[in-house]
Design a protein around this ligand. Structure first.
Ligand SMILES: [Zn+2]
Length: 87
């Protein structure tokens, strides 16, 4: 199989940063077509960070709502159990 070198530039579609450090190019096994190759990229660090912060905020709000709901359910459950056991 002939070795080919492909110079590839990948950019973040969100902010336009060049993604070179984390990109990986390989010819996938199972492809008989030598022209096919696979590129794996990770989002750029800046966007990852931004998404992480966004997710943290969303998760915090969701967690609070979920906690409130679960706390209420648990309190009701405990009340029911208390009534059943005669306390
Ligand atoms: Zn980016």
């Amino acid at each position: 199989m002939p070795e080919i070198t492909v110079e590839l530039e990948v950019f973040c579609s969100t902010c336009g940063s060049e993604l070179t450090t984390d990109s990986e190019t390989e010819s996938p096994s199972g492809y008989s077509n030598n022209h096919a190759f696979k590129v794996t990229v990770s989002p750029c660090g800046k966007c990852l960070e931004e998404r992480f912060e966004e997710g943290k905020e969303e998760g915090k709000e969701e967690g609070i709502e979920q906690g409130k709901k679960e706390g209420k359910e648990e309190a009701e459950e405990a009340k029911k159990e208390g009534v059943e056991s005669g306390n």
